[in-house]
Design a protein around this ligand. Structure first.
Ligand code: PPS
Length: 569
């Protein structure tokens, strides 16, 4: 048996002595503050997880990867690993320059020797890599709304590893894992990729896979970035540790992978295979709907359930790792056992709980049966996912000046405080402009900064179990969407469009601003000389014309009740 999978693979770090010197020199270079996703990518570039890449893709490699899943020299590589930057930063950088890459605290992790700078065709990237230019795909959404407009490419020189303070003992570089397998004499290793808590079906599947491949098992969960809305990795790792005890100890180990997933289904499966090969594994489990992103904007799946297995099969030799493919595992009640769905005999009673159903049961505090999961895992999940009626949430009012946002928001706040249970904070437009955004004006750029600040504060309140009520104008759809995403990572977001028509707002003119705007004394006034993009699908729409405030606030309360956010009487 060849042990080539266990010999060290190249890393991109310089020696500790050179690193010290390089760090000092790099202090004078232009520097780029890496985004969380770029830090994940950089870590795997540097430690060999993305071997054979030597840096962020050049334009030629990028084009070739997008079109053909291969680098320009023909090597299989399915995912564009690019350094996206802002146009402002791009204007200062030319190919031939070195730049320092810094983490969120400003620590220099690596130097990028820029060989290429270009403006990518993002629509093409979305179509080719993710299968559709559809914003319902999280990576496409990221591409258009979070990623910078310009890409830089070139080799990277590693100065130091990104620092992690959590679960340090469970994080391994490819070479550390290879050394570990060597030490234990493991020659056949099957890797299991996951971004979800493990339940009994997963344990059964991984167990069978190890048996089939006559291999040891590596549980290799992703803790970098997964699909928005996933269970956070702190909770998941505690769950994994509980499940690890259920495997015979000498057969199985777990290591955490700081990968930023793209949810690219088939292409992602090939990528995951290459990454596991680099970590010294010989086999890789690909199940149903591997790295699936969910439904597209038409309500259909982006990829077929076994597309990933098909693509993997096609490239298995080049990936250099053997696929262990699995159908979905389901519980057969009569046998009190799990089976792959294609091995279930006719007439058997098949039980299954989908991810959505599990979340519903957690949200509503309902039973999660023993056949489905382990009690320790359920306890852990319940600790971090209390029922919705105990979680934090945000009510986000948007509408024209004078539409009645603040008045309803105030009434709502008082009603929620009367109910008690959770702290309530009102982030009213005027109040925020006084305390958080006093230096800002009303240009598009300043309005966006203002709304993002509100979104950030509301997301922190939501995360910590409180209720945030926001009442700015928030005239731009894209900014409101960004705020929604920030908040939905932690709790529910209820957008309320206060759709009082402009004629009514102007007639009221409570602050006398409309008159001044008409006279041209206030510039960029929303609805008069500045745009307001009305929400297309808010959770609720209210018009205050001829309706009293109490009634409007009550409509919001009913909506919140319907969303399960406040318990009914
Ligand atoms: S934004 O676009 O969301 O950042 O605006 P916001 O912070 O909610 O605005 C708060 C109040 O600013 C007053 N005001 C203006 N509104 C719109 N356009 C212009 N140019 C402007 N100048 C001042 C206005 O009173 C807003 O308060 P509300 O409560 O909406 O009437």
């Amino acid at each position: 048996m060849s042990l080539s999978n266990l010999t060290p693979i190249p890393e991109l770090y310089v020696s500790p002595e050179s690193a010290q010197k390089l760090k000092v020199e790099a202090g004078h270079l232009p520097s780029w503050d890496l985004t969380p996703r770029q830090i994940c990518d950089l870590e795997l570039l540097l430690n060999g997880g993305f071997n054979p890449l030597k840096g962020f893709l050049s334009e030629a490699d990028y084009d070739s990867v997008v079109e053909t899943m291969r680098l320009a020299d023909g090597t299989l590589w399915p995912m564009p690993i690019t350094l996206d930057i802002s146009e402002e930063f791009a204007a200062k950088i030319e190919p031939g320059q070195d730049i320092a890459l810094r983490d969120l605290e400003g620590v220099i992790l690596a130097i990028l020797s820029v060989t290429d700078k270009w403006v990518p065709n993002k629509a093409r990237e979305a179509e080719k890599v993710f299968g559709a230019d559809d914003l319902a795909h999280p990576a496409v959404n990221y591409l258009h709304h979070s990623a910078g407009k310009v890409y830089l490419g070139g080799p990277v020189t590693g100065i130091q590893q990104p620092v992690h303070y959590d679960f340090r003992g469970r994080r391994d570089t490819p070479n550390e894992l290879r050394a570990y397998f060597r030490k234990l004499g493991w020659r056949r290793i099957v890797a299991f990729q996951t971004r979800n808590p493990l339940h009994r079906a997963h344990q059964e599947l991984t167990f069978r896979a190890a048996r089939e491949a006559q291999a040891n098992l590596l549980i290799h969960p992703v803790v970098g970035m997964t699909k928005p809305g996933d269970v956070d990795h702190f909770t998941r790792v505690r769950c994994y540790e509980a499940v690890l005890d259920k495997y015979p100890s000498a057969t199985t180990t777990m290591s955490l992978l700081n990968l930023a997933m793209r949810m690219a289904g088939p292409r992602e499966a090939v990528w995951h295979g290459i990454i596991r090969r680099n970590h010294g594994c010989t086999h890789f489990i690909v199940g149903r709907d591997h790295a699936g992103p969910g439904k597209n904007s038409q309500g259909a799946d982006f990829y077929g359930p076994y597309d990933a297995q098909d693509l993997f099969k096609q490239y298995a030799d080049e990936i250099g790792i053997e696929m262990v493919d699995f159908k979905q595992m389901v519980y057969v009640q009569e046998k009190a056992q799990y089976f792959p769905v294609d091995e279930v005999s006719e007439g058997a009673t098949v039980l299954d709980i989908s991810g959505t159903e599990l979340r519903r049961r957690l949200r509503e505090g309902l039973d999660i049966p023993d056949w489905f999961s382990f009690p320790e895992v359920v306890t852990e999940l319940r600790r971090t996912s209390p029922p919705r009626s105990q979680q934090g949430f945000t009510v986000f009012f948007t509408g024209l000046s004078g539409s009645g946002k603040s008045t309803i928001a105030n009434a709502l706040m008082v009603k929620l405080m009367e109910m008690g249970g959770r702290p309530v904070t009102l982030l009213d437009g005027d109040v925020v402009r006084k305390h958080l955004s006093s230096e800002l004006g009303f240009s598009k750029e300043h309005r966006d900064i203002n709304i993002r600040r509100i979104g950030y504060v509301a997301s922190e309140i939501t995360k910590n179990g409180g209720i945030a009520i926001c009442a700015p104008i928030a005239p731009y759809t894209a900014t409101r969407r960004a705020v929604r995403e920030m908040i939905e990572a932690y709790g529910a977001f209820c957008e309320v469009h206060v759709a009082t028509p402009i004629e009514e707002c102007e007639k009221r003119d409570r602050k006398g601003l409309y008159r001044l705007a008409r006279e041209g004394k206030i510039k960029e006034f929303t609805g008069i000389s500045d745009p307001y993009e009305a929400p297309e699908t808010p959770e609720l729409c209210v018009d205050t014309t001829g309706v009293d405030v109490d009634n409007c606030a009550h409509q919001v309360i009913l909506k919140l009740e319907q969303m399960g956010l406040i318990a009914g009487n």
